[in-house]
Design a protein around this ligand. Sequence first.
Ligand code: PHE
Length: 509
Amino acid sequence: MEKKKVGFASGIGFVLAAAGSAVGLGNLWAFPYKTSANGGAAFVILYVVCVLLMGFTTMICEIFIGKRAQANPITAYKKAHKNVGWFGMLAVVIPSLIMCYYSVLGGYTVKFSLNSFVGNAGQFENFAGNFGDVILYVAIFLALALVIVMAGIKGGIEKASKVLMPTLFIILVGLAVFALFLGEGVSDGISFYLNPDFSELDGASVLAAMGQAFFSLSLGMGAMIVYGSYTGKEINLVKATGMICVCDTLVALLAGLAIFPSVFHYMATTGVSAEKLGMGGIGLMFQTLPLVFEDMGVVGRILSFLFFAMVSIAAITSVISLLEVACQFVIQKFHAPRKKAALVVTAFCFAVAVPVAISLGKTLNHDASMLIFGQNWLDFLDLVSNTVLMPVSALFVCVAVGWIIGPKQAVKEIEEGGTKLGWFRPVLGVMAKYVCPLLIGVVEAFGLVDLIMPVKEGVRTFSSNGLGIALTGYGLLLVCAVIYFLFFRNVYTGTNEDELIAEEKAAEA
Ligand code: PHE
């Protein structure tokens, strides 16, 4: 009799779910404006190099750590060495921070898609400042994600990804093709987006590309460990990782092709200047694009609906992976039924998302009454999780595989697990041991410098707020370690087997 197990039913299901995690706001929103601001195609090349040099190997290592342990990140790291289980605690804590602000933006995208037919233009500050409304949409967004996570890996996450990811891709390609045929302004848009300007590349662009690669590929956040733990021999690690990276990069590239030709067409036909439109940051998606869509009349309303529905889809398939990280741990450690665990985790997320939404809304409306270390809650959480902690966690992934498990053992296990490494066999060790940790260290170091000594009017000036944010991050790291050694090191922390037990218990009840 075949042993029952929890997990993905098929390799393609896993790839789509992992691509769903990777493809998110980072691709559809951050990538396009970062590219346009950092030398266009020159940035794209830099980005692809980062994916190849760091992203690819780190992702293989992450999936591998989960897959070999068939367990949550804490148990998975423990299996590498008992004293590094706290690396896994960090990998659970980071996504738990991210989901609290990611869901606020997710709520925005749902609102903007549903509002398309009434018109979004000029609504942004209004909406952001209308807390009741924002909170309602965050709740709707999280409820959708909750339903999926509750239904489990195979019946929820895999199924949803199989439907949602192709849908997203079709909409995106459709929007890009439509944008390319708009006529006037299109070629300016493309050249604004992609014209390679290597002189614009500086240290900051390199850093932006590296950080973007990690965030966009969902690395250093436990998500890939968790999804990896639900796979078995059916997965070819190299091929699967390659597909996820290609999907993620392709979607990011296409997003810019859908956005910039449309924006430049709008500028060319209305005479509105780029400065007035403000094409960086949060404004590109929620301020600039609604104006562009509004200008296209009825067609624009349909496009607006499709565009924001697509962004909502991307955000949902990402947020479910963030929720799943904490959810999996709660299920496995406490034998909690999945439904209950998902409910608790989502409730926590919502409880923090509320003040995040209020703080963001206030800040966007020039009210500075709700800041932490000079930042609104969204930026604060983003800086702590992404700038300070994410590289540390990504470093841990590489250290675990390159130094603790060791390349020899890792290669052996990967090959026994059904993946022929071929030419990558000798490369994996060098990358995981030296290249990735070194590059990740650079990301962390320069990220900290920019945080603590930001450039103000051309000179680096000390920022006590930046220091506060950095210390918050490292404080959390310390807390993870202390809690681990006090409460988890010598205690059983559960595996996928326990999830099965919990499931059977729930089925009986
Ligand atoms: N990769 C997602 C994006 O590009 C964000 C994310 C990070 C999702 C980490 C899950 C885990 O938006």
